[in-house]
Design a protein around this ligand. Sequence first.
Ligand code: ACO
Length: 322
Amino acid sequence: TGRAVVKGVGHYLPARVVPNSEFEKTLDTSDEWIRSRSGIERRHFSAEGETTSDLATNAAKAALDDAGMSADQIDAIILATSTADLTFPSAATMVQARLGMTGGFAFDVQAVCAGFVYALSNANALIVSGQARRVLVIGAETFSRIMDWTDRSTCVLFGDGAGAVVLEAEEGTGTPEDRGILAVDLNSDGRYRDLLYVDGGVSTQTTGYLRMQGNQVFRHAVEKLAQTAENALEKAGLSSSDVDWIVPHQANIRIIQGTAKKMGLPMEKVVITVQDHGNTSAASIPLALSVGKQRGQIKKGDLVVTEAIGGGLAWGAVVLRW
Ligand code: ACO
């Protein structure tokens, strides 16, 4: 059985760092409120003209470097984003060109904050079915472009950034001891559309901003995240006690803590970057994987569970051995 094994990881954050205090100048908010309600202390915002495909290209180069691979060895690029540069072509094909790739194929995946989990699932399916041997999976977002800067309940929570992994097919034994992606669990429920959406888009001939009923999303998050993580572990023939690292979508420290508690895992087993990045949507998990590896937290052979929920609602989890 073929397994999709992580061979490299990298990330890119735009240069501009914005501390919570900056919002105190224009909004009725405080560093104390933002920290205590979300765990966020600062976030990065991309410069004017710096687009999602720019961030994605830099993260992709870092991941390729880490893997010791060149772009022409890659068969496919899957880019998870809800903030592509243009309506089309896909941001993934822009990255493909920027990397100097003239072969293979590239496409975007849109599942908002769950986008990277969905993209990993797609990459795994391509590898397991033999359609690709090496897949570059990127999460990249510029959510600063869809913020309503007068809405304190959303604009303080999000940031820009990108992360990427390189997956390569490797023969496995078909047991949970194999390296690589061991199981995936994906879910969505479109009835929850109104909890989290952008109130504009191409087909409605409008542009829009992110709208969120934060406390309603919160209510769904902990339960659905713990459930999807446990489903994925069960599919892999594993349980919570086998987990070395939870690498959650970084939306809110209280959701992260609640999910770990529900799964019976201590916070020492959770990679946390929300304080430095804010919610970077589809970029938050690959950013956390990359930072977690740099910090010396995630090591070869570790059992890692990634989980995310976002607009749709869409949610899911991936269990992999690093
Ligand atoms: N500063 C000060 N006060 C604020 C701010 C702010 N920035 N924002 C809201 N408030 C006020 C509200 O107006 C409200 O005041 P009221 O009680 O007088 O009405 C009060 O703070 C409490 O608001 P709540 O929304 O109930 O606060 P809560 O504790 O739920 O925290 C938060 C809000 C941080 C948004 C939280 O609900 C959350 O993290 N939700 C989930 C977000 C998420 O995970 N999204 C999914 C991923 S994103 C994606 O898919 C794109």
